[in-house]
Write a protein that binds this ligand. Structure first.
Ligand code: NI
Length: 196
């Protein structure tokens, strides 16, 4: 192969790479960490809330559903325990959010009684199927009806990702945990990131 041919192939590959990177990351320079974004939902008191409603607050964002037998309660327990270990001033800087992936059963009333089992600052959010799907897409959360189905139309399980996102006061992703992360580790991270 002649030199100019290799150079040409080289340049072509670089250009293809750049186009691919642009398509993948949307050219926003934030790369794969661009998690979060706009959402419009209804909270457990029936009030409409958007991502803008939480500006000025750090948030811990968890997607799940109230009928979840184990993973979601564990995730919310871990969030609750971590926040409880912060001093009062730091606690006031953070709002934990529980966004349902099961809006059919997780009505405002259902969420209202469920969130009271956890942290008093916990906000439950529901919405239409479309609103939920949009919020889940923004946070790259996966959910689908479980194959391990129970038959009855209103008695079913959902498979879903179990990620606790820590977002900063303008809604930018900082880091994430899961329901299996040690509470002490979450506390250490929150203390570090929410330091005045
Ligand atoms: Ni769950």
């Amino acid at each position: 192969m002649r030199l100019y041919q290799s150079v040409l192939i080289g340049i072509t590959l670089i250009v293809i790479g750049m186009i691919a990177a642009y398509l993948l990351y949307g050219g926003n320079g934030k790369g794969v960490t661009a998690i979060g974004g706009h959402f419009q939902l209804t909270d457990h008191t029936g009030q409409e809330r958007t991502n803008e409603s939480f500006k000025g607050q750090f948030t811990l964002v968890y997607f799940g559903y109230t009928f979840c037998p184990d993973v979601c309660p564990t995730g919310l327990q871990v969030m609750t325990q971590a926040i409880d270990q912060l001093d009062y001033k730091t606690q006031n800087k953070i709002t934990p959010l529980f966004i349902t992936i099961d809006p059919k059963r997780d009505t405002v009333d259902q969420l209202n009684s469920y969130v009271s089992n956890f942290h008093p600052r916990l906000v439950g959010l529901t919405g239409t199927d479309e609103q939920i799907a949009k919020a889940a897409r923004a946070f790259r959360v996966y959910y689908s009806r479980s194959k391990e189905d129970r038959g009855a139309s209103n008695d079913y399980l959902l498979d879903h990702s179990s990620i606790i996102y820590l977002m900063d006061s303008v809604g930018i992703y900082i880091t994430h945990f899961t329901h299996t992360t040690a509470v002490s580790k979450i506390v250490a991270t929150l203390k570090d990131k929410l330091r005045p």
